[in-house]
Design a protein around this ligand. Structure first.
Ligand SMILES: [Zn+2]
Length: 89
């Protein structure tokens, strides 16, 4: 059993949704983190390793007021105006 198959919050054993994805479990959310400036325990600064945990859905619901949602806001696209090369396009 992978350590990620145990709820980080309550310790409940979790069941992988498929043998090919052992860290993605039923009734749980998988989280990964690449560390961050400020952590004194995990900030490898190389981008190729991360921490992985699962939190069961019960713990997510029970602690929903401790969770923030990050919504990616994409900037408007910018365009470059170039002449149309009619013979080639
Ligand atoms: Zn839990």
């Amino acid at each position: 059993m992978s350590p990620a198959q145990i709820c980080f919050s309550c310790g409940k054993e979790l069941v992988p949704i498929h043998i090919s994805t052992p860290n993605q479990c039923d009734d749980a959310v998988m989280f990964t983190a690449y560390g961050n400036y400020g952590s004194t325990v995990f900030d490898p600064m190389n981008g190729n390793i991360s921490l992985l945990i699962n939190v069961c859905d019960e713990c997510i619901v029970r602690n929903h007021n401790r969770i923030a949602v990050l919504k990616e806001i994409k900037p408007l696209p910018t365009f470059e105006h170039i002449p149309w090369n009619f013979d080639k396009e």
